[in-house]
Design a protein around this ligand. Structure first.
Ligand code: ADP
Length: 587
């Protein structure tokens, strides 16, 4: 009941505001559908009795006319309404899909690796679409439910007037069927839980992997066979899930068919007897038969509505849960000071969520406003993690990080994020235009061109007929371009520069560039970043020469810290050795 309440509240408060016409039309449709059976129930007995008695042609024609014309009008209006309503199905589906997407984009980053959160997202998606029929499906059920209540009131009144005993027979059958349907629904709900994982994996195989970015590796490493075999495995799992559901629900559907037959038999016998005993006319016989059938169907329908509503709301509740998914990191509201910042790590330790291994331990470092810090160390030393903590993609598990003397957890999160312009190793470019990839929506053309020149992409862009309006990749357009790894990195660097944030971070951004290009980028960068605070992570120590300080990470700790001259002078030091090994390339 709680789920039902909250789903109806959440869905309809949003949908009602956006699409009030949908609800008005649904209301009208419900009215018509409620009235419809009663046309036959009241007019047919009159027609039958007229046929059995005086057979006045004009009266007969009048009754038949009312029946046919009335039915036609209702049918036409109903069809029109249905057509209009169906358009809302897509609108509502799109609206809620968009809500899910928007919410996932705003979720705390660390939840993107959280299995429970990912499962919740998947459940919200499936729960809000085909499992529940979405807001549209739930609204339909709700209106049907209301309509059925009115219909039942009508049928009960008609039957009570002539054959009240019939009510008891119908009620018994409906109660039995109700129990069966409820068991059946339980089975289906359990199957849904079981199938959720299989559905997620299907999504991965169906959509994730056909992404052309996997294309090269799939072909060259002949991954297709492995993928197909894995897929077969999951198909088996999924098919077993469906089979399990079918086997479990079959007895219940059988049971319901039998009770229906028994009820029909009793009804005909009882009402027939009343006619034979001349308790009522043949017209009333037909009225009782249709009212009993109608009541039975509608009661069944009502129970189905309740169960269907409960079931659908159970599924859609996953959407509510997802939209209310607890934040992974607390957020403050302190405003961030304008300009450059003083950044401090105080005894920071960190283990990734769900793991015990500390990938950072006892990290202490102060970065002065405008300082350029180079971070070096072997793979897995914790350099990227250090940056992720700084950008608050994760919170430290020990110690704290301060900005301008205040714990970063106290700052307004969005405002804090605005202080950083990182280029991560695994940065992503979108299938949008070059301009959009760098500047997003509000493009300052002049600045854009200046930056393209700076990262030396001006030559490439000039050759494109649509210039910076050329799309990347071929997701949207045939003529989308496929930039090289180096070009992609340059685009990502331009994006970071465009943001003009006080702190700029390059996490091995130059791995795909040749040493000369890299040297150039760093040299330019140094000028461009100028007074801003900058963090550089690079395997190539040429970058270090432009930096004020260097922090050497080893096994999650800062092993050496100082200027290039200081560190290069430590005999047998990590930095000194790394530098010596690489120096030959630069000499
Ligand atoms: P570096 O940037 O110095 O190469 P990272 O900071 O990326 O190192 O990684 C440090 C350690 O943390 C590595 O052992 C890596 O396997 C682990 N690690 C990185 N990301 C995750 C993650 N999302 N979940 C669990 N462990 C991770």
């Amino acid at each position: 009941m709680k789920k039902l309440n909250s789903v109806i509240r959440v869905l309809f408060s949003t949908a009602w505001k956006r699409y009030p016409r949908f609800f008005l039309l649904e209301g009208l449709k419900t009215l018509i559908e409620t009235a419809r059976p009663f046309l036959g129930i009241f007019i047919t007995p009159l027609l039958v009795d007229e046929l059995c008695t005086s057979r006045n042609l004009r009266t007969l024609a009048l009754y038949a006319g009312i029946l046919v014309v009335g039915e036609c009008i209702l049918q036409v209006v109903n069809d029109r309404l249905n057509m209009t309503l169906q358009k809302y199905q897509e609108r509502l589906d799109n609206y809620f899909t968009m809500q899910i997407s928007l919410h996932s984009m705003g979720l705390d980053f660390q939840l993107t690796e959280d299995k429970a959160a990912l499962d919740q997202l998947e459940k919200a998606r499936t729960g809000m679409t085909w499992y529940s029929g979405g807001a549209y499906g739930i609204a339909e059920q709700l209106f049907m439910f209301l309509g059925n209540i009115f219909k039942i009131a009508g049928f009960v009144t008609v039957i009570t007037l002539h054959a009240p005993l019939l009510l008891a027979v119908i009620l018994v059958q409906v109660a039995l069927n109700g129990v069966a349907t409820s068991r059946q629904n339980k089975v289906e709900l359990e199957a849904y839980g079981r199938l959720s994982k299989a559905n997620r994996l299907f999504g991965y195989f169906g959509w994730g992997i056909v992404d052309f970015r996997f294309g090269k590796d799939i072909r060259l490493y002949d991954a297709r066979r492995m993928l197909v075999n894995k897929w077969k495995g999951y198909t088996k799992e999924s098919t077993e899930g469906w089979k399990w559901q079918a086997d479990k629900t079959y007895p219940y559907s059988m049971f319901m068919t039998v009770t229906g037959l028994v009820r029909a038999l009793i009804t005909y016998a009882y009402v027939g007897l009343l006619v034979i005993r001349q308790v009522f006319s043949i017209g009333t016989f037909t009225q009782m038969i249709s009212a009993a059938g109608g009541l039975n169907d509608t009661l069944g329908g009502l129970i189905w509505n309740v169960q269907e509503l409960t079931k659908r709301c159970n599924y859609a509740y996953e959407y509510v849960l997802f939209m209310e998914y607890p934040e992974a990191i607390p957020k403050g509201n302190a405003p961030v000071k304008k300009g450059e910042h003083l950044l401090e790590f105080q005894n920071v330790g960190f283990a990734y969520p769900g793991t015990d291994r500390k990938v950072l331990e006892g990290v202490n470092i102060t970065v002065e406003p405008g300082e350029h810090l180079s971070i070096v160390g072997l793979n897995g030393a914790g350099k990227t993690t250090f940056i992720k903590l700084l950008c608050r993609l994760y919170d430290p598990t020990e110690g704290r990080i301060l900005m301008d003397g205040r714990d970063i957890r106290e700052y307004d999160y969005q405002e804090y994020m605005r202080q950083f312009a990182p280029v991560f190793q695994d940065f992503k470019l979108f299938g949008f235009t070059i301009g959009e990839n760098i500047a997003f929506e509000d493009q300052d053309r002049e600045k854009l061109e200046r930056l393209l020149k700076l990262v030396e992409l001006d030559g490439m862009v000039e050759k494109l007929s649509k210039g910076a309006d050329t799309r990347l990749f071929k997701v949207f357009e045939e003529d989308g371009i496929e930039p090289s790894g180096g070009e992609q990195q340059k685009l990502a660097i331009a994006r970071a520069l465009y943001k003009e944030a006080p702190v700029i971070i390059l996490d091995e951004p130059t791995a795909a560039l040749d040493p000369i290009a890299e040297y150039e980028i760093y040299r330019q960068f140094h000028t461009l970043v100028g007074g801003k605070t900058a963090f550089y992570i690079s395997h190539r120590l040429s970058s270090c020469r432009f930096c004020d300080r260097i922090a050497v990470f080893e096994d999650g700790k800062i092993a050496e810290y100082g200027s290039h001259e200081e560190l290069a002078g430590i005999p047998g030091g990590i930095y000194a050795k790394m530098f010596e090994a690489q120096a030959q390339y630069y000499k």
